[in-house]
Design a protein around this ligand. Structure first.
Ligand code: GLN
Length: 326
């Protein structure tokens, strides 16, 4: 397919998916802090970006929301880049857990969090970043995620204040991890870094760019700059594939077949290796804490564009001219 054809088929897929799911307003906006509960519940945006920077958008793709748990895949890629796989694995595993995102239990075999996509694992990653980078850790995380989005991201101060005030469970997890030896940083500093990273504001368009950066094996499609190394991206996408959707990860892998990560702010990022970044925003969450319509949108796009990693027709591979057969 030629570039204008790709843009055209992505645009119509984004528009059609948006139109078909417009009325699907099941679920409720996250309400554990007032700053999240205030989000207009029916916003809905879908953005797609190829590694060459072709973009397609439908709906509320420029409305800001907090990245929340979607940040976990990017801080994981960052810590892998900084420390390498073995040092990171000493603090957090890569094992699917089949439990909700805020589970407190550690992997009994290792006494470490099961994986970096649940809170305990992401707080372990924050602890490793804090002990490695010191007091500048958040500035560097912000810079790296901004490089991934291709623009400077900022913290939502109100969300950050309420996360920090109400985050007793996450603080408990940080102390447990410190006691278990998952990191050596001060647990309060580690969890503060986690609260800050979760409070960064993004849009569905940003998530598409960030997904496209992973799809392009770490190179931002807009700036052309390398944000993550190839080894970090490979491990990150693998963990997103097996653990990104928490207790629903296995079902997601079968039905949708894409590495993905969701957050309680309403964002979802999904990646088609070497071909596409998907960013969806829909703040109503299902019972598992995942954006209900956001997941439906990924599923519908995967079906319509043939994006499943193990799709028999593998029609998704025709999205990128450089990879198309012939
Ligand atoms: N799933 C999420 O997005 C959780 C993020 C939220 N800030 C928490 O730590 O509980």
């Amino acid at each position: 397919m030629h570039a204008p054809d790709i843009r055209h088929s992505l645009s119509s897929a984004a528009r059609e998916t948006h139109a078909r799911l417009h009325g699907r307003i099941e679920g409720a906006v996250a309400s554990y802090i007032p700053a999240l509960a205030a989000m207009p519940p029916d916003l809905f945006g879908i953005a797609l970006m190829t590694p060459s920077g072709a973009v397609a958008e439908a709906g509320d793709t420029r409305h800001p929301f907090t990245i929340q748990s979607v940040s976990k895949c990017f801080t994981y890629a960052m810590v892998l880049d900084l420390l390498g796989r073995d040092a990171v694995r000493a603090g957090v595993g890569v094992q699917p857990v089949g439990e909700p995102f805020n589970v407190i239990e550690l992997d009994p075999r290792s006494n470490r969090p099961f994986n970096p996509m649940i809170n305990s694992g992401a707080i372990a990653v924050a602890g490793l970043l804090r002990q490695t980078l010191g007091p500048d850790a958040f500035a560097m995380v912000k810079a790296r995620l901004s490089a991934c989005a291709g623009r400077m991201l900022e913290v939502d101060a109100a969300v950050h204040a309420s996360e920090a005030e109400s985050g007793h469970r996450n603080r408990a997890i940080a102390h447990l991890l410190r006691a278990a030896g998952a990191f050596t940083a001060d647990p309060q500093e580690a969890v503060e870094l986690y609260f800050l990273q979760c409070s960064l504001l993004v849009t569905a368009h940003d998530l598409a760019v960030m997904g496209a950066t992973l799809a392009a094996i770490g190179t931002n499609p807009l700036s052309g700059k390398e944000v993550f190394g190839v080894d970090a991206v490979r491990d990150t996408l693998s963990v997103m594939f097996t653990c990104g959707l928490y207790d629903g990860a296995g079902d997601w892998a079968c039905r949708v077949g894409l590495p993905a990560k969701s957050g309680v702010g309403g964002g979802v990022v999904a990646v088609v290796n070497r071909q596409l970044g998907l960013g969806v925003f829909s703040p109503r969450l299902n019972a598992d804490g995942n954006p209900h319509r956001g997941l439906l949108a990924c599923e519908m796009l995967a079906e319509d564009l043939g994006l499943h990693a193990f799709d028999a027709t593998n029609s998704g591979s025709s999205l990128l001219p450089s990879l198309a057969p012939g």
